[in-house]
Design a protein around this ligand. Structure first.
Ligand SMILES: NC(=O)c1ccc[n+]([C@@H]2O[C@H](COP(=O)([O-])OP(=O)(O)OC[C@H]3O[C@@H](n4cnc5c(N)ncnc54)[C@H](O)[C@@H]3O)[C@@H](O)[C@H]2O)c1
Ligand SMILES: [Zn+2]
Ligand SMILES: [Zn+2]
Length: 387
């Protein structure tokens, strides 16, 4: 089959080296991909920053597809169903899944005790092949995949597999109270949905911070929100306090993670010579800006080692820190309702649709933020037949 193939940092291509996946377990399904996005998280893999990313692996954890075949034990899915597949691979029954911590499933990632399995996200997340391909093997097929309701378009559905639920969870973990001021760092897909979700959860004011003017302009329309270009700000904490009556915002959300720009020292120690698990710039900005007693919510991804963060400030300010990989499936009923009610149209953030054959160009475009790219969607060659 045609599949994205990781050859090393900054080198990916589509080729036919992989055989079609087969059912390996009675709970598996084989899904023929109809849409597959590239996520900001894929960029950490593409840049060679995620440990144990093996040459030959296929990325892709945001996809929709048609069920081609199901294992003998699958009861709720059948051939021909069009499904959206959450990025988490989870069993549905372990201690953590019972608490709806699907991103922390204990049964799907033998390599770690932190994150559960994730499609196409290196052997640190279980070593599963991902959805930037014509076909994917989907384990626990009765648990993760959701049949796309007939009134939800595939372009909206594919954003329900990660970006929208992750942004929503970021806002939810912020514990937003009616009228709160919420600052979102990062105007990528995740930050945009976090900003949009902050309103759904009762925010009274939303401010988005980035340095890409085209993304800030989009955020202003899409969220809608006030914006700050961090390149124009000397001291982020001071700036945000001045914007918020001197006290600071009630909630700060990190939707940037390990590859944050904005501090040469953090880039050096977090990215160039990785002495810490990524540049902690946004963690500093969040902790130092948020008001005393406020909440910092982190969905930006960091490496597994450690980061130098001002934990003393967090203690002395009495902050609540919340963070996790998103638990996608937990949010789906609510988010599907928001889409059906016309309150959110996720596909508005899709800027590029690119044939899977051109996956190398797609990564370059998204990584270098060219052509005003916000969210690229890869379309496999046989997707058109499917829908
Ligand atoms: N926790 C989860 O479940 C989960 C799921 C999806 C993505 N993520 C993570 O969320 C983050 C964002 O993902 P995305 O798809 O939106 O990525 P993206 O790369 O499209 O967006 C990141 C944005 O952050 C901006 N940025 C860089 N430095 C900044 C700074 N110091 N302050 C403010 N903005 C800054 C960039 O200009 C860019 O617009 C990534 O770290 C990704 O790995 C986490
Ligand atoms: Zn993702
Ligand atoms: Zn589990």
């Amino acid at each position: 089959m045609l599949a994205m193939n990781y050859r090393g940092p900054y080198r990916v291509r589509a080729d036919h080296r992989k055989p079609d996946p087969v059912i390996e377990h009675p709970q598996d399904a084989i899904v023929r991909v109809t849409r597959s996005c590239i996520c900001g998280s894929d960029l950490h893999l593409y840049h060679g920053l995620v440990p144990d990313t093996r040459v030959g692996s296929t990325f892709g954890h945001e996809f929709t597809g048609i069920v081609e075949e199901v294992g003998a034990g699958v009861q709720h899915l059948k051939k021909g169903d069009h499904v959206l597949v959450p990025f988490n691979i989870f069993c549905g029954s372990c201690f953590f899944c019972q608490k709806e911590l699907f991103g922390n499933c204990h049964n799907t990632n033998p390599e770690a005790t932190a994150v559960g399995g994730i499609f196409g996200y290196s052997h640190t997340a279980g070593g599963y092949d991902g959805g930037q391909a014509e076909y994917v093997r989907v384990p626990f097929a009765d648990i993760g995949p959701t049949v796309i309701p007939s009134d939800i378009e595939p372009d909206d559905a594919v954003l329900l597999t990660d970006a929208f639920p992750t942004g929503y969870q970021a806002a939810e973990m912020g514990g937003i109270e009616e009228g709160d001021t919420v600052v979102v760092f990062g105007a990528g897909p995740v930050g945009l949905f976090a900003a949009r979700s902050a309103w759904l959860l009762g925010a009274g004011r939303v401010i988005v911070v980035d340095h890409l003017e085209y993304r800030l302009a989009f955020a202003k329309r899409f969220a809608p929100c006030e914006v700050v270009n961090f390149r124009e700000v000397h001291d982020m904490a001071l700036h945000l306090k001045k914007m918020t009556d001197g006290l600071g915002p009630d909630v700060c959300i990190d939707a940037v993670g390990a590859e944050a720009a904005g501090s040469a020292m953090q880039r050096l120690t977090g990215v160039v010579v990785p002495l810490q698990g990524g540049a902690a710039t946004v963690l500093h900005w969040c902790i130092n800006s948020v008001r005393k007693g406020g909440t910092v919510s982190i969905v930006g991804v960091y490496g597994p080692t450690f980061n130098m963060v001002p934990i003393g400030n967090a203690v002395n300010k009495g902050l609540t820190l919340r963070m996790n990989q998103a638990s996608v499936k937990r949010h789906l009923p609510r988010l599907i309702e928001h889409i059906q009610a016309g309150r959110v149209k996720p596909s508005e953030i899709i800027t590029h649709r690119i044939p899977l054959e051109e996956v190398g160009e797609a990564y370059h475009l998204f990584s270098s933020k060219l052509d005003n790219c916000i969210k690229p969607v890869l379309i496999p060659p046989r997707a058109a037949l499917a829908h």
